[in-house]
Design a protein around this ligand. Structure first.
Ligand code: DHB
Ligand code: MG
Length: 226
């Protein structure tokens, strides 16, 4: 099996399962035109994010890593009336593209794009009491995945769902000697999550036209042993 075959399967399944959404297509086109890297989630994984929002009836969502807002549109589409979302982005150019994409999707009033280093934006969210969040999607800055996990726990409640992208990296996570800081961050994330009694967690490897990577899904089961 090759990435070409995985891409062909993506296209086959997307044609069957993934409804057309012109705002999502426009977001990808605008992101590409602005020179953003094409590292958005695959379409079916976008639909999975929406599916999870609906499954847990999330009212408040937090995302680490907005990029062009593609996954934010998927996530926010799952919110019911009165729902809201905050998405954190380091790069002001990406954030500007994302805001335009969200506005085109009629989500400008639902999704709050916060720009800056997470070490500044996360304490601000906590000070503003914007949490707790029902669903948290971690999709940026892999060297700091263990810190993202800590923050996700601080900003969640028992029952919250935490989803982390890019936790396999073409299998590089199996290499303890990797010199990639992102791989080491993800390895420490797995080791921490797997033994933390505050969450019940699974990690899945996935293939797609974008390669071999995966998701971890963590359900917060308690905060008492912090
Ligand atoms: C990369 C980042 C992502 O979030 C992703 O889904 C795929 C690739 C990257 O940095 O290469
Ligand atoms: Mg990702």
């Amino acid at each position: 099996m090759s990435v070409d075959r995985w891409g062909a399967v993506d296209r086959y399944l997307e044609g069957l399962y993934v409804e057309a959404d012109p705002a999502l297509d426009a977001a990808l086109a605008a992101s590409a035109a602005a020179g953003l890297p094409p590292i958005h989630v695959p379409r079916m994984q976008g639909k999975l994010l929406r599916f999870l929002v609906e499954l847990v009836d999330a009212r408040r969502i937090l995302e680490f890593g907005t990029l062009g807002g593609y996954s934010a549109i998927w996530l926010a589409r799952g919110l019911g009336p009165g729902g809201s979302m905050v998405t954190l982005e380091l790069n002001p150019v990406y954030a500007q593209v994302a805001r335009a994409n969200l506005a085109r999707a009629a989500l400008g009033g639902v999704v709050d794009v916060r720009v800056g280093p997470a070490k500044d934006t996360l304490p601000a969210l906590e000070a503003e009491r914007r949490g707790p969040f029902d669903l948290i999607f971690i999709d940026a800055d892999r060297p700091n995945y263990p810190d993202h996990f800590d923050w996700a726990l601080r900003l969640s409640h028992p029952g919250s769902l935490i989803v982390a992208d890019n936790v396999i990296r073409e299998g590089a996570v199996t290499d303890p000697a990797s010199t990639d800081a992102g791989v080491q961050g993800v390895r420490r994330f797995h080791e921490r999550v797997a033994r933390d009694p505050r969450v019940r967690a699974v990690a899945l490897q996935l293939v797609s036209g974008k390669g071999h990577d995966g998701l971890a899904l963590l359900r917060v089961v308690g905060h008492s042993t912090r």
